[in-house]
Each structure stands twice: as structure tokens, then as C-alpha cells.
Design a protein around this ligand. Structure first.
Ligand code: BG6
Length: 464
């Protein structure tokens, strides 16, 4: 770390800088993302941490903050300011206005940037309104909207996999790909975030950002260069190609679920409605699945199935690209199942890529069997790469916005999600809970997938 790097934590809780350091140390030592925590190095680092108590709704707070930052600078802190706003969407606007009113949005010496955590608005209208506030105070090039999925090594690797290997790009289109599945399954429940989750639900929490980003990276055209605007331009084009759903489409092509009680890791856990601070009649979804169509030249007719849920049987984030079967079922009469190729990009926990293809089973008869070619990060590189936030915070300090979402991208994401939320609000209330904690989610997901007679079914048909 540069010797001028210092952190000023701000919150309503009364804390001294000493107490703040202690809390931060406990958090860092316990975090699953910290590797090789060392007391000695922490002691050296923690002198850079400071704390200021303040109420962001108090107009005086911002001038006090300005004074505090000036003092820090006089004592050797960097002239560059990176504001990091991790708050509910409703207070992000007032904070940005407060920073602007105190003149903290620009500097004579050094730069000023702002990092905004999700949720970035609640729907298209509120995201637009928040973006207007942001732009009245900061230039778009100083705004870094975080979607931490973009900082994950495996997510960044999607672009490398697609655009630096000539093997895959020629088949990456409707001629060869049958359908794509993007899954983010979690075993955790809502934990202590009921207040947030009651308002947000799985669609806004995961699909509106992380999963749509995975879809965009999987489906985008090659950018002219690997820089912030070229990459984001292509992602926006993908979002614009997804037709917003009518209420009828929503009823046919989406599934929502909420977990009831069940067993996770051998322990009985309560249903969502029994979690602390959750409304006992809550209709917040803890599971969402959507079938999207990308209406462009490359993807016409190829469905993208997206699903996510809490308290599911497994912890798994992956993209599965299912290729079409071969035009001729040459080995169909060998009484073995011919499975079409599948490329699996595993985002977590097993980071890697695997390709499933058919091979001849050794023996005197011609029989086929599906085998896997696997690449694993652990196997190839040994150690784990940086965690997402490490990459993203460093990028925001370096001024590289490639892995952050641009205004038009966020708005395009809401343009897709808002009609679904609106239709769900008008459709009859779902019969929640509709899946048990620790299960694979609502069974209607399978119906959604099977309704189209996909390659997997056709492969089974070969066997008959
Ligand atoms: C967050 C969501 O953005 O991402 C959480 O608010 C979710 O609900 C988390 O659990 C998942 O992140 P990761 O990196 O653990 O997959």
C-alpha cells in the first residue's frame, strides 16, 4: 500500500478510531476472503484506519467531513478521494447531494471518485432518478458502480475463454448452441438481512445484476478493444436485445419460489416466513428462474435459462452451454446414450472449465460414453487469485472502470427486470412456501426447462 493510503470509516454508531480498528481487525481475521492473516502486519496497517461518527441526514455532517479530510491531508494522507457508498438505495441520493453541497465532488489537487454499491435503485424509475442525482454531482467517468461478480477471476475469464481461443468462437452462436443455463445456487438463507431481503427478493438481489452480467459476458459480441467503453458498449447491446416481457410472458417464462423449513448440512432450518424480522405472510421470493430470449443475429431462438435461490441443496455458480446434437445420430443403434457436448464454466466454488464430449467405451463393441476434459484454477495455478473486492477496489483507485457498470447498463438491466416485478405484483399471490430448504428449488423449474424439448431430451430419444 502507498504510504499515503488511509481509510476513514463513517457511520452513525459511536466508536473511537481504536474501536473501529479492533472491529475491522476481527472482521479481517475471520473473513473467508483473507489469506495468511498476520497480527504483525495488521498492527502496521491499522494505523491507517480512522473513524468518524456522523449522521448522513444532518446537513452539517458534510462540512465536518470536509474539515476532517483536509486535516488528514495536512497530516500526509493522499489528496485523492475515493468515496465508497454502501447503503440502502434510498439514502445513496442524499449522501451524493451532501457531498456535492460541501464541494467534496471535485478537487484542485488529486482526483475524486465515487464507488456505489448495489442496490442501484429499486426499479427503472428509481434507478433513473438516482442516476440523475449522481450526474448532477459527479461526471460519469468518476462513478464506479460495483457489481462484485465482475471482479471474480472466473467471470473475467469468460472473455478470455471466448475471445482469445479460436476453438470456441466459431460455434458460439445459434447454429451450434441449443440453450444456455446460468445458475447461482446458495445454501445460505437470508441470514441477518431480512429487512433488505423483504424489499429486494431474489430477482432484484441476484438476477437484476450478477446473473444478467454473466449472461451479457456469455452472449456479447467481441469488443473492439479491452477497455471500459468498448466492453460496456457490447454488454448494453445484449441487454437491449432482450425483449421486455409482457405479463403473459412472465406467467409462462418465470418461476418464483420461497423456501419452507428443511434440512441444510444435517441441521433443521426454519422457513423464510419464520426467519426473524420477516413478515409471516411475506411474498418475497427467495428463488427466481427466468427464461430469456436474446433477439439478435447470433442468438435468435436460443433460450437462456437463469436461476438463483437461497437455501438450496448446493453452493454452485456456473454457466452451462449446451451444444446441439450432431446432425446424424451415427451411433444411435449402439444402445448407449449420445449426449450433446456441454461446456461448463464453473464460477464457484470449483473454479474452472470443463467440456463434456463423447468417447468410445473401451471394448469389443462400439459403445459410447460421455467423458470430461477439465481445467481447474487450483490445478493449473495452485494458489487462488485475488478476491473480487480486492480487484475492484484497486481498479477504482487506478481509474479503470472496465469491470464496473455504466449508467446505461444499469438502466438497461432494470428495463428487463421491472416488467417482471410488475407482473409478479399483479399475478395472484404464489402458494409459498413452495420448496423445502435443502432441496433443488420449486419443481416448476423443470417444467420451464422441459417445455421446449431441449437437447437433453432429444439425446434420451436417441436411446429408444
Ligand atoms: C450479493 C447478494 O450481492 O451476492 C447476496 O446480495 C448473495 O444475497 C451474494 O449471497 C453472493 O455473492 P457470492 O460472491 O458469495 O456469490
Amino acid at each position: 500500500m502507498n504510504p499515503e493510503f488511509e481509510v476513514l470509516g463513517i457511520g452513525r454508531t459511536r466508536l473511537s478510531s481504536e474501536e473501529f480498528r479492533k472491529k475491522t481487525e476481527e472482521g479481517a481475521a475471520k473473513s473467508k476472503d483473507t489469506r495468511g492473516f498476520s497480527e504483525l502486519r495488521w498492527t502496521d496497517f491499522e494505523t491507517r484506519l480512522h473513524y468518524m461518527e456522523g449522521d448522513i441526514n444532518e446537513p452539517d455532517f458534510y462540512s465536518q467531513l470536509r474539515v476532517r479530510l483536509e486535516e488528514m491531508e495536512k497530516n500526509g494522507s493522499s489528496p485523492n478521494h475515493l468515496f465508497y457508498v454502501s447503503t440502502p438505495a434510498s439514502v445513496a441520493g442524499p449522501i451524493i447531494e451532501g457531498l456535492g453541497a460541501a464541494g467534496l465532488n471535485r478537487r484542485d489537487r488529486g482526483w475524486t471518485r465515487i464507488v456505489l454499491e448495489k442496490p442501484f435503485g429499486h426499479d427503472l424509475e428509481s434507478a433513473n432518478a438516482l442516476n440523475d442525482v449522481v450526474h448532477s454531482v459527479f461526471d460519469e467517468k468518476s462513478v464506479y458502480r460495483i457489481d462484485h461478480y465482475l471482479g471474480k477471476e472466473t467471470v473475467q475469464n469468460i472473455l478470455v475463454f471466448r475471445f482469445s481461443n479460436s476453438l470456441f468462437e466459431p460455434v458460439w452462436n445459434r447454429n451450434y448452441i441449443d440453450y444456455v443455463e446460468i445458475t447461482a445456487a446458495e445454501t445460505v438463507g437470508v441470514e441477518n438481512r431480512a429487512a433488505f431481503y423483504e424489499e429486494t427478493g431474489a430477482l432484484r438481489d441476484m438476477v437484476a445484476n450478477h446473473l444478467l452480467q454473466l449472461l451479457a459476458l456469455t452472449a456479447m459480441e467481441p469488443p473492439v478493444a479491452f477497455d471500459a467503453d468498448s466492453v460496456r458498449e457490447q454488454k448494453v447491446q445484449v441487454f437491449r436485445s432482450i425483449r421486455p416481457m409482457s405479463a403473459e410472458d412472465v406467467a409462462r417464462f418465470t418461476v418464483r419460489g420461497q423456501y419452507g423449513s428443511g434440512v441444510i448440512d444435517g441441521k433443521r432450518v426454519p422457513g423464510y416466513r419464520q426467519e426473524p424480522d420477516v413478515n409471516p405472510n411475506s411474498t418475497a421470493e427467495t428463488y427466481a428462474a427466468v427464461k430469456f430470449h436474446i433477439e439478435n443475429w447470433r442468438w435468435a431462438g436460443v433460450p437462456f435459462y437463469i436461476r438463483t435461490g437461497k437455501h438450496l441443496a448446493r453452493n454452485l455458480t456456473e454457466i452451462r452451454v449446451h451444444l446441439k446434437p450432431t446432425p446424424q445420430a451415427l451411433f444411435a443403434n449402439t444402445s448407449s446414450v449420445i449426449a450433446p457436448n456441454v461446456i461448463t464454466i464453473s464460477i464457484q466454488p470449483d473454479e474452472g472449465i470443463s467440456i463434456a464430449f463423447d468417447a468410445k467405451r473401451p471394448g469389443t463393441h462400439m459403445r459410447t460414453v460421455t467423458v470430461q476434459a477439465n481445467f481447474s484454477y487450483q490445478g493449473s495455478f495452485g494458489s487462488k487469485g485475488p478476491v473480487a473486492y480486492e480487484t475492484l477496489l484497486l481498479d477504482s483507485m487506478r481509474g479503470d472502470a472496465t469491470l464496473f457498470t455504466r449508467r446505461d447498463e444499469v438502466e438497461a438491466e432494470w428495463r428487463i427486470i421491472t416488467p417482471i416485478e410488475e407482473a409478479w405484483a399483479h399475478l395472484p399471490p404464489p402458494d409459498f412456501p413452495n420448496y423445502a430448504a435443502g432441496s433443488d428449488g420449486p419443481t416448476s423449474w423443470h417444467e420451464l426447462l422441459e417445455r421446449r424439448g431441449n437437447a437433453a431430451e432429444r439425446a434420451i430419444a436417441y436411446d429408444k
